[in-house]
Ligand binder design. Structure first.
Ligand SMILES: [Zn+2]
Length: 267
């Protein structure tokens, strides 16, 4: 069977992963995933829902037919199997209304939060490109344009003797909502969580255009990154590749200084 393309197809509730990139948590799933052409994964908690095998779609949990958003995911899978590929630079965004409903359920008013922080809701792209692995050997997903720019940035740094590694790229609304829901369940208030985490929907990571960058031997996402040769190189050169640091010191959004967080500004 032909390999599935190394892209992540994004639907409102479910992601379509290419086969060979996901590690199973059980032996049964491992046997199935080893043969999978593509895997359907629930965005909210990362659960594997089903695998596309030569003989058809194999459920990886009971009652798959009741899964929210399954029809849209199967349509996308059928399109992919039929040879439909998104054009390299044709990236649409998914609608925001589901996010707005879920924010209301958390009693988080997106308009008020937007006014207070000067941040805007960020839509998710319709698909993402594989941009190599991150520091933790997980697949790094980025907007196709950012994936290319990141590759060029990294290679240019390497030529100058600076080693850049990705810490984290694209993250879905559901991923960020999941963090909130787990913390609320542990008794934290929305305000306490907002002091540490961006509100779901407002993170630049949702766009696939931003990534957190580190260098070997440094802890991820710490201000100490600014003292490394890798940061000095980024500071001097990243702009030439279209990347800017989103949250410098005393930024108007009230977000802590994040020398590791860079965004492609002109896709
Ligand atoms: Zn970040």
């Amino acid at each position: 069977m032909q390999r599935s393309p190394r892209i992540l197809i994004n639907t409102p509730d479910i992601e379509l992963w290419p086969g060979g990139l996901l590690r199973a948590r059980s032996n049964r799933d491992a046997r199935i995933l080893a043969r999978a052409w593509a895997v359907l994964r629930r965005k909210r908690d990362g659960r594997f829902l089903a695998a596309s095998l030569p003989e058809g779609l194999v459920p990886l949990l009971p009652r798959l037919e009741h899964e929210a958003g399954l029809d849209a995911a199967i349509d996308a899978l059928d399109g992919l199997r039929g040879g439909a590929r998104p054009g390299v630079d044709v990236v649409h965004t998914l609608p925001l209304h589901r996010l707005q409903d879920r924010l209301e359920a958390l009693q988080l008013d997106p308009d008020r939060y937007g006014e207070r922080t000067g941040l805007a809701l960020v839509a998710e792209p319709s698909w993402l490109a594989y941009a190599g692995d991150d520091r933790f050997r997980r697949p790094l997903w980025l907007h196709s344009v950012a994936a290319r720019a990141w590759q060029h940035l990294r290679e240019a740094a390497q030529r100058d003797g600076a080693v850049l590694e990705a810490i984290s790229g694209y993250r879905s609304h559901d991923y960020q909502l999941g963090i909130f829901e787990r913390k609320l369940a542990r008794g934290q208030t929305v305000d306490e969580i907002l002091a540490v985490n961006a509100a779901p929907g407002f993170s630049e990571h949702h766009s696939g255009l931003a990534l957190d960058i580190g260098t070997p031997g440094e802890p991820p996402a710490e201000a100490s990154f600014e003292a490394t040769p890798a940061f000095a190189w980024l500071d001097a050169n990243a702009g030439g590749f279209g990347f800017t640091m989103s949250y410098p010191r005393d930024n108007p959004h009230g977000i802590v200084y994040e020398p590791w967080h860079w965004r492609l500004s002109a896709p």
